[in-house]
Write a protein that binds this ligand. Structure first.
Ligand code: NAD
Ligand code: ZN
Length: 256
């Protein structure tokens, strides 16, 4: 049996599935991952240096402009076959008798565009808030020509993108849902993540320690030793096949 059929089989017998996606799921839509080399003005920086409160405080205008550049880069990007396959799976999950929870580390909105319900662990690049009082500042998140820093109307503090930076805690509600889904799932499906950014990367071992099987989709498999089935393909190539095979098996199991 090939690995895709093996994975489809495992998933068809699962009542609860927890899916975790990372930047790799959006790579085929043309959005660079964090570990891809930076280009242009930013090429001598590592993303980790810019995506932190210290990086922002050291050179706020530069970091703001980096986010405006990233927003410009992703504004026209559309979901790929991987996002679409996951959305289709989610929409038929209830009829198939499955509970499918989708957790993402991505700050883009491609899962939402594809029609998925997604719990976002690292915030959204399409929102802003004040670094001092925390007030949301929605006006300019899509005004991509604003290169100057924006001052919070309430307190004058700098406005920053509402993404979780290195060193910051994760939003409580999505994290609680993620922990519950990882603890309760029969299969944990990890897609397009290098599994090095904690605490998100810890979800897979949490799931494993609670008895789940682990499937990984990544053309450059991570160093995770706890993976049961490795699908070393691009997400957009393998997920439509996986979801189709699994759905057929589930329908057969239901009718038989
Ligand atoms: P990462 O950049 O560390 O890892 C991406 C992984 O995706 C790599 O292991 C790579 O081998 C794999 N990959 C590349 N192309 C793929 C494909 N076509 N199909 C499947 N896998 C593929 O990203 P990460 O693990 O998500 O962690 C880094 C952090 O970067 C996250 O916290 C995230 O918030 C942030 N980030 C988000 C976006 C986005 O929203 N699209 C983009 C870049 C970074
Ligand atoms: Zn403020």
């Amino acid at each position: 049996m090939n690995a895709v059929t093996q994975a489809a089989n495992l998933l068809a017998h699962a009542k609860q599935v927890c899916i975790l996606t990372g930047a790799g799921v959006s790579a085929e839509s043309g959005i660079p991952t964090f570990r891809d080399k930076q280009t242009g003005l930013w090429e001598s920086y590592r993303a980790e240096e810019l995506a932190s409160i210290d990086g922002f405080l050291a050179q706020p205008r530069f970091v703001w402009q980096w986010y405006q550049w990233r927003r410009n880069l992703i504004k026209d990007k559309r979901p790929n076959a991987a996002h679409r396959a996951l959305a289709q799976w989610q929409s038929s999950a209830a009829t198939l008798g499955q509970r499918v929870t989708l957790i993402s580390q991505n700050v883009d909105d491609l899962h939402e565009q594809a029609g998925s319900t997604v719990h976002k662990l690292h915030g959204s690049i399409w929102h802003n808030h004040c670094i001092d009082c925390g007030a949301p500042y929605e006006k300019n998140a899509r005004q991509l020509d604003v290169q100057a820093l924006i001052a919070c109307p309430a307190c004058g503090g700098y406005v920053r993108p509402s993404v979780v930076w290195f060193g910051e805690g994760l939003p409580a509600q999505p994290w609680r849902i993620a922990e519950q889904a990882a603890t309760g799932c029969d299969v944990f499906l990890s897609i397009g993540t290098s599994s090095v950014v904690y605490p998100a990367a810890g979800l897979v071992s949490l799931a494993k320690s609670c008895g789940a099987k682990v499937i990984e989709v990544n053309p450059n498999p991570s160093d995770l030793t706890i993976v049961d089935i490795q699908l070393a393909y691009k997400a957009g190539e393998v997920l439509p096949k996986l979801v189709t095979e699994m759905t057929k098996l589930l329908e057969k199991l239901k009718s038989g």
